[in-house]
Design a protein around this ligand. Structure first.
Ligand SMILES: Nc1ncnc2c1ncn2[C@@H]1O[C@H](COP(=O)(O)OP(=O)(O)OP(=O)(O)O)[C@@H](O)[C@H]1O
Ligand SMILES: [Mg+2]
Length: 283
């Protein structure tokens, strides 16, 4: 299972848009996906067409009332795409959790108890580095940082990278930055090219080859409660998120090798499995 937290404490950097649309693309590719809405703004929940105030239970109940995750998750219209929804009441969770023992790992422990088998979990974080984001970091095996291609884009990134390093050292050695994503990219703007160059200088190979172009359909889809694939399948936005999903799926091999869990299927794809078998036969 790959658990990917999408984090940037800078507001409006494309976290929710990425979680919803890349999650939907990976679900369409046949993987079982859970989206965790860890933001009191409940944007992922709304983007998928749910009205938070109508929901009986939310992630708040998981974090505060110890409600099992399996009693809270809901199926979306998209096949294979499941949601752990949020409501505005999540806003007080950080304060309410202050005296909870192990408050940084409540989400991780709750997820462990789920009987559902997900292949991908994407966590949409709020625009802050508070306790909710910390819970995402202790749960995640990977972090994706979306960066909006604009003037202040790289401000605050040092703090974010430091926070991830501290969590890796102290609580969750498995977590690391697996990808940096340029969002709202416009090739005609010099500032966009500058941001790409600086991001590449800083993060090197970790920057996704796919850049999410600025696309009005991506901005319109949430108000219809639809993913980009439901709203405008042929838009640039849909094309870009499909491409990103492929890049993330490809990264599976790299992630398995990193953690020492190699997939036999991928070994076969690479041809090495067959070659070894032949060798053994001949000897
Ligand atoms: N590629 C894009 N092109 C055009 N508009 C976009 C694109 N990506 C996101 N948007 C729009 O930009 C705004 C911010 O995006 P989004 O909500 O995904 O950011 P966020 O990081 O989740 O924000 P917050 O920090 O408030 O949670 C939204 O209105 C969204 O619809
Ligand atoms: Mg958001």
């Amino acid at each position: 299972m790959r658990k990917i937290a999408v984090i940037n404490q800078k507001g409006g950097s494309g976290k929710t848009t990425t979680v919803v649309n890349v999650g939907a693309a990976i679900a369409e590719a046949g993987q079982r996906v859970l989206l965790v809405d860890l933001d009191p703004q409940a944007h992922t929940t709304i983007h998928l067409g749910f009205e938070p105030f109508k929901l009986e239970k939310s992630i708040y109940d998981v974090l505060i009332n110890e409600t099992p995750i399996d009693d809270v998750i809901i199926e979306t219209r998209v096949k294979n795409l499941t949601l752990l929804p949020a409501k505005i009441e999540l806003a007080s969770a950080e304060i309410e959790m202050v005296n909870t023992i192990g408050r940084e790992i409540v989400l991780r422990e709750a997820l462990k108890k789920s009987k559902n088998a997900f292949q991908y979990i994407f966590i949409d974080c709020p625009p802050s580095l508070g306790l909710l984001t910390l819970n995402a970091l202790t749960t995640a095996s990977e972090v994706i940082i979306p960066i909006q291609a604009e003037f202040f884009a790289l401000e605050g990134l040092t703090k974010l990278v430091q926070t991830i390093q501290i969590v890796t050292e102290r609580i969750n050695p498995a977590t690391h930055i697996s990808g940096v994503l340029i969002t709202m990219f416009d090739i005609r703007k010099n500032i966009c090219k500058e941001v790409v160059e600086k991001t590449q200088n800083h993060f090197g190979e970790k920057v996704f080859k796919t850049r999410i172009r600025e696309n009005v359909k991506l901005a319109e889809a949430p108000s219809f409660g639809q993913t980009i694939f439901e709203f405008a399948r042929k838009s640039y936005g849909a094309e870009d998120y499909r491409k990103l999903a492929k890049e993330i799926l490809k990264g599976e091999r790299h992630e398995k090798e990193r953690t020492g869990k190699r997939s036999t299927k991928l070994d076969k794809d690479n041809g090495t499995g067959n070659k070894q078998k032949k060798k053994r036969k001949n000897s």
